[in-house]
Design a protein around this ligand. Structure first.
Ligand code: 13P
Ligand code: G3H
Ligand code: ZN
Ligand code: ZN
Length: 322
């Protein structure tokens, strides 16, 4: 199967009450770990590339790695998506360069300007058979080189979504309902603590999601910043020389609920980083004599595969939906 757009997968996910995982890719081991999981579980898949990933690995390398995955996983549909496209030029370069989906993230701009920029990207993308994700609202956390504080972040205003989608013609919409980018999604002050002393974050604003869905029936919604920051990996990092105090994510129960709703795409990056880094730290600590990168990248890739398998089956519900 060649690379596909997200149109068909979102329609099925919406009707079927599940979500597609959108996982960020930065190198070969990450691509392999994710795609082997999706292939074995026959799950539709979105591989996404950020501006930072393109700067790190180079556009061509990433596209070719994903094309290799398409050859190795002929049983599943895979979309190649630009994550947080900052401007028209970056979106155009990805559309011209083999992506099947792009995000234009003009959510930090005033409403009218967000519409104008998004519309321009949609026109170019649709002319080239590519779909567009746009964003309304501002998530807290770190996204590319921009850090949005809790005070600067704001929820999506449901009364804006209909006009935005009608005027821009975008194909899916990322909204802010309390998720956040990175491994430190909430400060201790925003959380309560459970009996184990772990931080419990404030619940997502499903009331806002409901208001959005009322105004956009049948329209695919996207959740960014949806890593759950598994505490087993935080502990692994900290046990083997790392320092990630109070790293906290979105509880998986809330993501499950979102996946059953109009949310068709759930973005996960930080969890992959944690699985990879925790596993490598442990390996290095336990095998100080080893220096062949294959020896520590192999378990790191396996940890990513296991994590993604868990997300597909236990959180997103998209296994066997290819
Ligand atoms: O939204 C994301 C990529 O766009 C990733 O979010 P996380 O930092 O929660 O993994
Ligand atoms: O939203 C942010 C993604 O996790 C990508 O992060 P990055 O810009 O560090 O590649
Ligand atoms: Zn954004
Ligand atoms: Zn994001």
């Amino acid at each position: 199967m060649a690379l596909v757009t997200t149109t068909e997968m979102f329609k099925k996910a919406y009707d079927g009450g599940y979500a597609i995982g959108a996982f960020n890719v930065n190198n070969m081991e990450i691509v392999q770990g994710i795609t082997e999981a999706a292939r074995d579980l026959e799950a539709p898949l979105i591989l996404q590339v950020s501006k930072g990933a393109r700067a790190y690995a180079n556009h061509t390398y990433l596209v070719k790695l994903v094309e290799a995955a398409v050859i190795e996983c002929p049983n599943i549909p895979i979309a190649l998506h630009l994550d947080h496209g900052p401007d028209f030029e970056t979106c155009k370069s990805c559309i011209d360069g083999g992506f099947t989906s792009v995000m234009i993230d003009a959510s930090s701009k005033p409403f009218a300007e967000n519409i104008e920029i998004t519309k321009k990207v949609v026109e170019y993308a649709h002319d080239h058979g590519v779909v567009v994700e746009a964003e309304l609202g501002a998530l807290a956390g770190i996204e590319d080189d921009v850090k949005v504080s809790a005070e600067e972040s704001h929820y999506t205003h449901p009364e804006e979504v209909q006009e935005f989608v009608e005027k821009t013609g975008c194909d899916s919409l990322a909204i802010a309902i309390g998720t956040s980018h990175g491994a430190y999604k909430f400060t201790a002050a925003q959380c309560t603590r459970n009996e184990k002393g772990e931080l419990v974050p404030p619940p997502l604003r499903f009331d806002i999601l409901d208001e959005v869905v009322k105004r956009l029936p049948g329209f695919p919604i996207v959740l960014h910043g949806s890593s759950s920051v598994p505490q087993e990996f935080v502990r692994m990092v900290n046990e083997f020389g790392g320092k990630m105090p109070d790293a906290v994510g979105i509880p998986e129960e809330q993501l499950r609920k979102a996946a059953r709703s109009a949310v068709c795409k759930i973005n996960i990056d930080s969890d992959l980083r944690l699985a990879m880094t925790g596993t490598i730290r442990k390996f290095m600590a336990e095998h100080p004599d080893k220096f062949d990168p294959r020896e520590y990248l192999k378990p790191a890739r396996a940890a990513i595969k296991e994590l993604v398998s868990h997300k597909i089956v236990d959180v997103l519900g998209c296994d066997h939906k290819a």
